[in-house]
Design a protein around this ligand. Structure first.
Ligand code: TXE
Length: 492
């Protein structure tokens, strides 16, 4: 079976798309030789089919990753690991347009946003390339007759399961710190969006990573994903996705080999606008906070709270702003919002919109499908929402937000905390005291002041409460992929 196909995007023209699994440094078709279809969310048409990995392919990938971990990779110097990652970053950068076009085709995000994503991918891989030879241990001055040191060592074989909302960026956030610290990887991409990671894997090959260090299994969660979570020879699993699946992964880790677990899960993040905020600026960030990436962001600012003094003025201007967001073809230069990723996500979001209507909330704008082909949904704002409504409590993961009034900072904080999640939050104010006091009170892994969605590879990202365990990005992510060894030497 040919393990590539020729595909077309408006940006690149025809390009060669790998469709195989990448195991032990080779492209393979998978033990059962099955394939699954990849759908273009803008047209609902099949783009291509790619090889489908299952439990047996995960076994083969783990065996290769174990062999590399105990062998060549353990003997590879930190400086060499650094150079490999830096080389990979260069190759990804040279192919930025191709990777962005594939991402737009497969995921539906606008080409400009996809370019931004791939730029962040390059920065992330380069950043962790920089870390690889700067990971140091400590000596401990305790007793003149002893010599004590402690060192961070890699954990081993890491299973990594990623979602479809930022397919290539999540790939980079996972492999960057894992490979920098000397682990080996079995990566499973989301079944909705396998294409960009397959293209990027060609550059892993080209950069010259030893066979088995990085393995890629495209496939479904219930088969390949579950096999990773329950595998007896995977030492650590890192997951980004729904809270429900996060729980299953922890359970599978606990009942198999107690592999280490980090989770980056959902959110229902509050975006709080105070009376003294610069209204135009706040509207820009509130709009970007919810509608960026079509609302398919774990940190989406989906619950908007506006202080009573400016509420009426704010809601009128925000409605206008939301209506101006250009919804349509991801490859058009002025598109802000493309389609939702899949029929399933489209149905889930339309289900939430219906639930909001049924529970008596008011639609200020949107609430319908956009166009008649593709999974496009109008930017939607609900008001008159009470805290216990489904749309106020559950992650919608689409271009839908709720807006409510508050009186005092204390009321806003109380409302912000009325959720099981704690991923992100934002405050808009000109008062430094309000900004700092409210930021310090919020139970959220990230707080933005007078901005939103500004995520940077140097800064840790992750959730309080049920939004996750552990932190990605920054130096903090290195701790997810290392374990400390203490050595106590009694001197003669
Ligand atoms: O997620 P899943 P879905 C949230 C968001 C969205 C909802 C459902 O609210 O509406 O989740 O999306 C793999 N064992 N987020 O159904 O199922 C799956 O193959 C192991 C938030 O797409 O969690 C994919 O690779 N793995 C989020 C990944 O898990 C399993 C991003 C995510 O899919 C598995 C995405 C299993 N039993 C959705 N079942 C974020 N935090 O950014 C599925 N998977």
């Amino acid at each position: 079976m040919a393990l590539t196909v020729e595909l077309h995007t408006p940006i690149t023209g025809t390009y060669t798309q790998p469709i195989g699994l990448f195991i032990n440094g080779k492209w393979v078709e998978g033990v059962d030789k099955k394939k699954f279809e990849v759908i273009n969310p803008s047209t609902e048409e099949v783009i291509t089919s790619v090889c489908e990995g299952n439990e047996k392919d995960v076994d083969a990938a783990v065996e290769a990753a174990r062999h590399a971990f105990e062998g060549e990779w353990r003997k590879t110097s930190a400086n060499k690991r650094s150079r490999l990652l830096l080389k990979l970053a260069d190759l990804l950068e040279e192919n930025l347009d191709l990777l962005a076009a594939v991402e737009s085709l497969d995921n539906g995000k606008s080409i400009n946003m996809a370019r931004g994503d791939v730029g962040s991918v390059v920065n992330c891989i380069r950043y962790y390339g920089g870390w690889a030879d700067k990971i140091e241990g400590k000596t401990h001055d305790i007793d003149p007759d002893m010599f004590h040191y402690s060192i961070p060592e890699p954990i081993g074989v890491c299973g990594q399961i990623i979602p479809w909302n930022f397919p290539l960026l999540m790939w980079a956030w996972k492999i960057g710190p894992a490979l920098a610290t000397g682990n080996t990887v079995v990566m499973k991409t989301a079944e909705q969006t396998p294409l960009s990671a397959l293209v990027a894997t060609q550059f892993i090959e080209k950069a010259g990573f030893p066979a088995g260090v990085y393995n890629l299994v495209s496939g479904y969660g219930k088969t390949a994903g579950a096999a990773i979570a329950a595998h007896m020879d995977i030492d650590k699993v890192a997951f980004t996705g729904s809270t429900a699946v996060g729980r299953q992964i922890m359970k599978a880790a606990a009942s198999s080999n107690l592999k280490k677990v980090t989770l980056e899960l959902g959110g229902k993040s509050p975006n709080i606008v105070f009376d003294d905020a610069d209204i135009e600026d706040a509207i820009h960030w509130v709009n970007f906070g919810i509608y960026y990436n079509h609302g398919q962001c774990c940190c989406a600012g989906s619950r908007i709270f506006v202080q009573e003094g400016i509420y009426d003025k704010f809601i009128d201007a925000f409605k206008k702003r939301a209506q101006e967001n250009k919804v349509g073809d991801p490859f058009a230069d002025d598109t802000f919002q493309g389609p939702q990723v899949s029929q399933l996500q489209y149905d889930r979001i339309m289900g939430y919109i219906q639930a909001g209507k049924d529970e008596g909330a008011t639609i200020e704008t949107g609430g319908e499908r956009h166009g008649d082909k593709g999974y496009f949904i109008q930017p939607t704002i609900f008001s008159n929402v009470t805290p216990k409504m489904k749309i106020a409590q559950e992650e919608i993961f689409g271009p839908v937000c709720t807006i409510a009034k508050f009186k005092t900072a204390e009321d806003a904080i109380e409302a912000a905390h009325d959720t099981t999640y704690g991923l992100a939050a934002a405050i808009h104010t000109k008062d430094l005291n309000t900004a700092i006091r409210v930021s310090n009170s919020l139970k959220a892994g990230t707080v933005w002041v007078n901005s939103y969605n500004l995520i940077h590879h140097q800064i840790p990202f992750g959730g309080y409460k049920q939004s996750g365990i552990g932190r990605e990005l920054g130096e903090a992510a290195l701790a997810n992929y290392t374990q400390n060894k203490a050595v106590h030497i009694k001197l003669a």
